[in-house]
Design a protein around this ligand. Structure first.
Ligand code: PEP
Ligand code: MG
Length: 567
């Protein structure tokens, strides 16, 4: 009999497959007391188990940006002294054995995180559960169940999927996920989006309802998992999947084409990357270049500030891989939510508005100069452009330029080559940068609009706060007018404007952004071909008229309706 289960869309798409029920090992915790003489040995056992799991995580650091970020976050949680001190306290003071001390500590941390009034932080409770489980496996010498041997066409059903579950999953075999728990920012959602497969989360107790092995359809666009579908439903979905496949094939064929609009404007379609592996994927997907290399990951994955030479090798390799295509490298954008193990950030009320990005770099010039020297040296090997984040004053950009000029003089003396025409641009992420765009353009070779931040600062809406997520919209006319202004200012000065915020990857907005005059799109590699397709089938002049209509709207909802109608 057909059964239908509803859930929240975590990643869009439709697939037909067979259910694979992923149920974790039941763990029985040893509750016996220990004696005072054994406390050191018990705590050593926990430390060894933690180190063994950190070692596993370190192997994920070279993986995709998503996996590396998660591994990094887990490593930080494991290294949090509060976590280990709590375990140690339970062993030393309460004479609890290693397993019980770990189990109780993890449960307490999960409880604390679950009560926080912030969806993002609440999701981190599942990170604690995951690290607790993985350390417990190490402690008990249990080999964790994994998803390495999935049959082709599996739809994985689980209570929850953790980073360790998906790290060694057979990614070729899985066609969808559906989990009882999880929200839009959960690990399951992030991984499904990266893999570009449909996923549903928040499905109550689906993992207890299905047996595993059943034929099923996952349609995350409609938020439904159909188990044992009728023949009619299967045929309907086979049709949808066939159409989607044909569309993807067509897109594959044009991924390496130049995106020239019907009325002859060439628009660059580039990718955002965080490391060399992302770049390989971007090149495979036909990127015209890189519009944003987030260099903070190099810093976050190191034990100390990465040296000039270390950075030079990476930037050189990246630019050589891209041949003559542009590689826009953003200078260190650390602070806010992005910390470093080896650097003490000041405690601040509002770190997102605080000591971060270019503010920190101009304060810690020695650290900054290492990066700038690496960038200028690497510019000899390809088409590197430097991009400065989070600027609010033209003087910040001027200071960066002065530092670069000093470095060039030093390199001249040392007989080291570099690109004498190295472009330096800014990210437009603040209202100040928008309002003062005409001043900035005097010193910037290009603009790249960082809509993730620009939207939050224009609207005063925290980009990570689910309570006000409905207010965070790139389609808000205030944001769109800011974008238009920035593009117009750059064009008037004979320069160009790109976009590297997530709005650039929103294919519903591609035509609108063309109409606003955008010269370069940079975002998710998975979207490159689709964006090129839209550009090649649209005319900038026609889209200008549409953009004009949109700019006259009062509310984001109005814009969204117009955009949906204007396919
Ligand atoms: C942005 O703000 O749009 C951006 C691309 O930078 P990040 O998301 O790294 O803050
Ligand atoms: Mg930003």
């Amino acid at each position: 009999m057909t059964e239908r289960y509803e859930g929240l869309k975590a990643s869009s798409g439709v697939a037909i497959g067979n259910l694979y029920l992923f149920i974790r090992e039941e763990i029985k915790i040893d509750e016996s007391k220990i004696t005072k003489a054994n406390t050191k040995a018990e705590f050593d056992k926990v430390k060894k188990a933690i180190d063994a799991y950190i070692d596993d995580l370190s192997k994920l650091m070279g993986a995709s940006e998503t996996q590396a970020n998660i591994a990094l976050a887990h490593t930080e949680l494991l290294q949090d002294p509060y976590f280990t001190d709590t375990i140690e306290g339970k062993i030393n003071n309460d004479l609890k054995n290693a397993e019980l001390a770990l189990d109780e500590t993890v449960k307490e941390m999960v409880e604390i995180m679950s009560q926080i009034d912030d969806d993002y932080l609440r999701e981190r409770a599942s990170d604690y559960k995951d690290i607790g489980l993985q350390v417990m496996y190490k402690l008990k010498g249990i080999k964790a169940k994994d998803l390495a041997n999935l049959a082709e066409g599996s739809i994985v059903i689980a209570e929850e999927l953790t980073p360790s579950d998906t790290s060694n999953m057979n990614k070729e075999a899985v066609v969808g996920f559906a989990t009882d728990l999880g929200g839009k920012t959960s690990h399951t959602s992030i991984i499904a989006q990266t893999l570009d497969i449909p996923a549903l989360v928040g499905m109550a107790d689906v993992s207890k309802k299905v047996k595993g092995g059943e034929k099923a359809i996952i349609d995350s666009n409609e938020g439904v998992l159909i188990v044992n579908p009728s023949q009619e439903e299967l045929e309907k979905y086979e049709g949808i999947i066939k159409e989607e496949k044909a569309r993807k094939e067509r897109l594959k064929d044009l991924k390496d084409s130049k995106a020239v609009s019907k009325d002859g404007k060439h628009i660059e379609v580039a990718a955002n990357i965080g490391n060399i592996e992302d770049l390989e994927i971007a090149i495979e997907n036909g990127c015209d270049g890189v519009g944003l290399f987030r260099t903070e990951f190099l810093y976050m994955q190191s034990d100390n500030f990465p040296s000039e030479d270390y950075q030079f090798e990476i930037y050189k390799k990246a630019t050589e891989m891209l041949k003559d295509k542009p590689l826009i490298i953003r200078t260190l954008d650390i602070g806010g939510d992005k910390g470093l193990d080896y650097f003490d950030f000041p405690k601040e009320e509002n770190p997102f508005l605080g000591y971060r990005a270019i503010r920190l770099c101009l304060d810690k010039k020695d650290i900054f100069k290492d990066q700038l020297r690496a960038l200028v040296r690497a510019s000899a090997f390809g088409n590197i452009k430097i991009m400065v984040p989070f600027v609010i004053n033209p003087s910040e950009l001027k200071k960066v330029r002065e530092l670069i000029e000093d470095i060039k003089k030093d390199l001249d003396k040392e007989g080291i080559a570099y690109n004498k025409d190295l472009d330096v641009g800014i990210m437009v992420e603040t209202s100040a940068a928008v309002i003062m765009a005409d001043k900035f353009i005097k010193y910037a070779d290009f603009f790249s609009i960082g809509t993730n931040d620009l939207t939050q600062y224009t609207l005063a809406v925290d980009r990570g706060n689910d309570n006000i997520a409905d207010l965070y919209s790139n389609y808000n006319p205030a944001v769109l007018r800011a974008i238009k202004h920035v593009i117009d200012v750059s064009h008037k000065a004979g320069k160009w404007t790109g976009m590297c915020g997530a709005f650039a990857s929103d294919t519903e907005a591609t035509k609108l952004l063309m109409g606003l005059g955008l010269d370069e799109f940079s975002g998710s590699s998975a979207k490159i071909a689709e964006i090129k397709d839209i550009i090649m089938n649209s005319s900038v002049e026609e889209e200008k008229d549409f953009a004009k209509k949109v700019l006259d709207c009062e509310e984001a909802e109005e814009v969204e309706t117009l955009v949906k109608e204007h396919k």
